[in-house]
Design a protein around this ligand. Structure first.
Ligand SMILES: [Zn+2]
Ligand SMILES: [Zn+2]
Length: 345
């Protein structure tokens, strides 16, 4: 089969690989129908993720059809259409029993990281019963690719951890796919104000259409000042960090109101300054989280009932043969205006 291989920092190639087979009774083999590229894949290619060894098939998002099941799989049958979760969970360890699947001792984020991933014709899914989701009949499958990772990530790490409430003020720093996923799902709670902050005018204009009440281009260095003006000098109740660089986290420190929450989503590769000299008396909370995907079944219902429309995040479409071009398009988003690129296997 064809698969996109990580061959060490800066190197990737579409190569021929053996089709995976059942390795444990709890496994399923899924024939990939649609997959996508994540910002995290770009982090791996930069060499930022040491757990991902050269030779690995990348990808942790996708929808497909169950091709084969191990003897212990009971919730899925051959031919079932499924969403692949970016998090694999055994369902039995202490963390899984607490609903913290991201830290499953046998799973967690292993797909396209410690084991071969979804940017291929087939993928082996461990703990299939607790790591796959059934696709309801008649569902728009392209939209459901967004349920593998970005929607639960934006919602759990940003909106839930950020304690977004009716009437509250929210700022989201970073209007990429994850920031936009947080923007879409924050609206479940009817906050009064959602301010989107980014460098990219195209993404900011999109944010407006996705429900942002205000947009700020931070290129002039005055984002903090502008947020303060927009919030009567108080700052925001929830500041969501959706970039993963020190400057965007520091912006969140500067705009969080007393009693507020800074909810980090971004993947940080370097040290960030924590200004406790300014924050110690402000009754704030700072949260970090790797997505647990506990909200996936709920989010699936909201997509099915058209409360949110993640199809709007898909900007480009490719075939698996063109995946190198797809990486190029996704990696140069400022020029190509790419959000999510959909790849048909
Ligand atoms: Zn991802
Ligand atoms: Zn577990």
């Amino acid at each position: 089969m064809k698969a996109l291989i990580y061959n060490g920092p800066g190197q990737k190639a579409l190569e021929e690989r053996p089709t995976p087979d059942i390795a444990a009774p709890t496994d399923a083999i899924v024939k990939i129908v649609k997959t996508t590229i994540c910002g995290t894949d770009l982090h791996i290619l930069k060499g930022d993720v040491p757990t991902c060894a050269p030779g690995r098939i990348l990808g942790h998002e996708g929808v497909g059809v169950v091709e084969k099941i191990g003897a212990a799989v009971t919730a899925f049958n051959v031919g079932d259409r499924v969403i692949v979760s970016c998090i694999s969970s055994c369902g039995k360890c202490d963390y899984c029993r607490r609903g913290m699947y991201s830290h499953c001792v046998r799973g967690g984020w292993i797909l396209g990281n410690k084991i071969d991933g979804t940017q291929a014709e087939y993928v082996r899914i461990p703990f299939a019963d607790t790591s796959l989701y059934h696709i309801p009949a008649g569902a728009e499958e392209d939209a459901l690719v967004m349920l593998s990772d970005i929607l639960p990530t934006g919602f759990e790490c940003g909106v839930l951890n950020g304690k977004v409430e009716p009437g509250a003020s929210v700022a989201i720093v970073g209007a990429g796919p994850i920031g936009l996923a947080a923007l879409l799902t924050a609206q479940f709670y009817s906050p009064a104000q959602i301010i989107m902050i980014d460098f990219d005018d195209n993404r900011l204009q999109l944010s407006k259409r996705f429900g942002a009440t205000d947009i700020i281009n931070s290129r002039d260095g005055k984002a903090v000042e502008t947020v303060m003006k927009m919030t009567g000098g108080r700052g925001v109740d929830t500041a969501i960090e959706a970039v993963g660089v020190p400057a965007s986290f520091v912006t969140c420190e500067d705009i969080v109101a007393p009693g507020g929450v800074i909810a980090n989503i971004g993947v940080h590769g370097v040290k960030t300054e924590l200004h406790l000299e300014r924050l110690w008396d402000r009754n704030i909370a700072i949260t970090t989280r790797l997505v647990d995907t506990v909200s996936t079944p709920m989010l699936l219902k909201t997509v099915q009932s058209h409360k949110i429309d993640p199809m709007r995040l898909i900007t480009h479409r490719f075939k698996l043969d063109q995946i190198i071009e797809a990486y190029e398009t996704f990696g140069t988003a400022a020029q190509t205006k790419a959000l999510k690129v959909l790849i048909e296997a």
